[in-house]
Structures are given as structure tokens and as C-alpha cells.
Design a protein around this ligand. Structure first.
Ligand code: URA
Ligand code: SF4
Length: 328
């Protein structure tokens, strides 16, 4: 209506922008901010364009989703000597009764949006209609794939699953995160990264200036390994075809491999994450992959946060996005 509405929404925007920034600082381990001296440093002017971008990135709040004690099998943090990777024992057995697999509503509609959103902006009606048709085809192929995953018995992991876990998010940013495999919470909900590590991942995504649904998130294996143990090589091999098809369909511009198992699943290497994080690799000769620490490891090892932030900044640079908030 009148002037109050824009003012209120501007205020909301401002609060949202501050919140995203503070959340990311929290992820980085910042415990306070320097005080500006009276009459000293000038208060920086608000960049309203940046505020708008941030507002667009306010994370969608997550229902429920607590905890698995989740140690991803990652080595201690840098400096760089290669360290033997602890085998994660991700406590707590799954509970609940087996049900029919959840078809995650995000995955399929998502991709259409991803390819449509990334079609050239001035491309004209015909091109966007083609993109929409392509998006539709991709969407339905993903839906088929998701059903195949839900029915899959190709490895022993199907025996203990309550739900297979296919993917989450739309991937419109061109960024795809690849994790290890579902934990207890993910197995219960049929959605990746909804436990404690997932909440940290969400804060990282918000800190990158992205909305939660703008990235695509999937895992190397789609069923939960018992006791949150690391997936075994034959399980990863059995599941690989699904990941390959997902990536083929999503066609991300860049991937972030979260932890050693993700790197191993993508590249068939046993190199320690400590040695290889922060260095670009090429998946199948065409998709850039940034290996970084798994958020579960970051939860246990706050010193790793800065490394992860540096890696994520590289990812933002790669896709030509502004890097929000300077690193402290
Ligand atoms: N850790 C993972 O690697 N994947 C998930 O989906 C959740 C936690
Ligand atoms: Fe099939 Fe993958 Fe589940 Fe194994 S982990 S049963 S290969 S979907």
C-alpha cells in the first residue's frame, strides 16, 4: 500500500542479509566483531544491490532434522601430512519401520528449473521453449531413476534401509554437492543432508550467498551403511551407475566433493582428503570438482572451517558469482 510496506520489506531484507553473514561467520568460527571506534572507522554504506542478492539467499528453514553423531571418515585437519583415515563409526542404529520409498519431490522438478535457468538470457522464445521441453524430459528421466533407486537391491545396503536417498535441491546455480551416503536422519526422511552435518552444510550454502534449493545435493551411495560406517568399495561400485546418470542429467557446472569417500567414489582414488582438498580435478574430462572436507568432519574440527571456506570461494569464482562477506 503506502510507504510503510517498502520500508518494512527493506528492513526485512537488511535483517536477512545480516543473518546470512553472521551465520557464515559462525561457520568460520568467528566469535566477535571488531568495534568501530567513536568517530573512527566509518560505518560502511549499505550496498542495496548486495542486500537484494543476499535476501534472495536467505536459507529456507529446515523442519526437524537432528543429528546423527556422524563422523565422516576423514583425516585430521591440515597441515598437510597424509594421515590414515579413521573409519567412521557413525553411531546409532536406525529405528522405525520400513515403509515404501519416499519419492523426494525436489529432485525431478528441480532439474527442469536448472537447465531452464541456465539457458542464455537473450535467447528468445523458441530457445526457451526448447529448454522447457528438455527440462521436462530431464525431469521425467530423473523421476524414473529415483524410482529405480528406491527399488534397487544391487548391494547389501538395501537390506537395512528405511528409505533410499536420492537428491535434494534444484541445482540452478550450476553447483552440485556430493556427499558420502545417508545417515540415520537421512534414512528416516529419504532426503540427503538433513542431520547435523546437513545443517552445517546449509549454513555454508547460505554463506555462499545461495538459497538452499539452488544447489543440487546427492551422495555416492543411496542407502544408509549400517552404523554409519563408510560405504565399501563394492557398494560404491554397485551404486555408481545411479550417480553417473544423475550427473549426466543434472549436468552441473561444478561439483564439490564432500570428504574422502566422495572423492573416492567420483575418481576411484584412495588419496587422503587432507592432501587433495582445495585442488581442482576434472570429472570425466569435463566437470570441475573441488574436493573439500565433509561437514561432519568440520563439526568435529572447527579449524577446518577456514579451509572449507577457501574451497567454496574457489567454487564461487569458478561459476562467476560474487563472494559474499570477506573472510575475516
Ligand atoms: N553425510 C553424507 O555424506 N550424506 C548425507 O546425506 C548426510 C550426511
Ligand atoms: Fe542399490 Fe545403491 Fe542402495 Fe546399493 S546403495 S542397494 S546400489 S541404491
Amino acid at each position: 500500500m503506502t510507504a510503510t510496506r517498502p520500508l518494512r520489506s527493506e528492513l526485512c531484507d537488511l535483517v536477512a542479509a545480516v543473518r546470512a553473514y553472521v551465520e557464515w561467520q559462525g561457520v568460520l568460527g568467528t566469535t566477535g566483531f571488531p568495534r568501530l571506534g567513536r568517530g573512527g572507522g566509518a560505518v560502511p554504506a549499505v550496498d542495496s544491490a548486495a542486500v537484494e542478492r543476499r535476501v534472495a539467499s536467505v536459507p529456507v528453514s529446515e523442519p526437524g532434522g537432528e543429528s546423527r553423531s556422524d563422523p565422516a571418515p576423514l583425516p585430521p585437519s591440515p597441515p598437510r601430512p597424509a594421515v590414515a583415515e579413521p573409519t567412521g563409526s557413525r553411531a546409532e542404529p536406525g529405528t522405525g519401520t520400513a515403509t515404501t520409498p519416499v519419492v523426494f519431490p525436489g529432485a525431478a522438478p528441480v532439474v527442469a528449473a536448472a537447465s531452464e535457468a541456465r539457458s542464455p538470457s537473450g535467447a528468445g522464445r523458441e530457445q526457451s521453449e526448447t529448454a522447457a521441453r528438455d527440462g521436462e524430459a530431464v525431469r521425467s528421466r530423473l523421476a524414473v531413476l529415483q524410482r529405480e533407486v528406491a527399488a534397487c537391491t544391487a548391494c547389501r545396503l538395501h537390506l537395512g534401509r528405511h528409505h533410499s536417498v536420492f537428491a535434494r535441491g534444484m541445482g540452478t546455480s550450476g553447483i552440485c554437492f556430493v556427499g558420502e551416503g545417508p545417515g540415520a536422519e537421512e534414512d528416516a526422511q529419504g532426503v540427503p543432508f538433513v542431520g547435523a552435518a546437513g545443517q552445517l552444510l546449509d549454513r555454508m550454502i547460505a554463506g555462499m550467498g545461495l538459497r538452499r534449493d539452488e544447489v543440487y545435493i546427492c551422495n555416492i551411495v543411496k542407502c544408509r551403511p549400517p552404523e554409519n560406517r563408510r560405504p565399501q568399495p563394492d557398494e560404491m561400485a554397485a551404486c555408481r551407475q545411479f550417480l553417473e546418470q544423475q550427473l549426466e542429467l543434472i549436468d552441473p557446472e561444478v561439483m564439490v566433493a564432500l570428504g574422502a569417500t566422495a572423492v573416492q567414489g567420483l575418481f576411484d582414488t584412495t588419496e587422503g582428503i587432507t592432501r587433495i582438498r582445495g585442488r581442482w580435478r576434472l570429472y570425466r574430462g569435463r566437470i570441475a570438482v573441488m574436493p573439500t572436507f565433509h561437514p561432519a568432519y568440520v563439526l568435529r574440527t572447527p579449524a577446518a572451517r577456514r579451509d572449507v571456506w577457501n574451497d567454496l570461494k574457489e567454487v564461487l569464482r569458478h561459476v562467476g558469482r560474487e563472494i559474499p562477506g570477506r573472510s575475516p
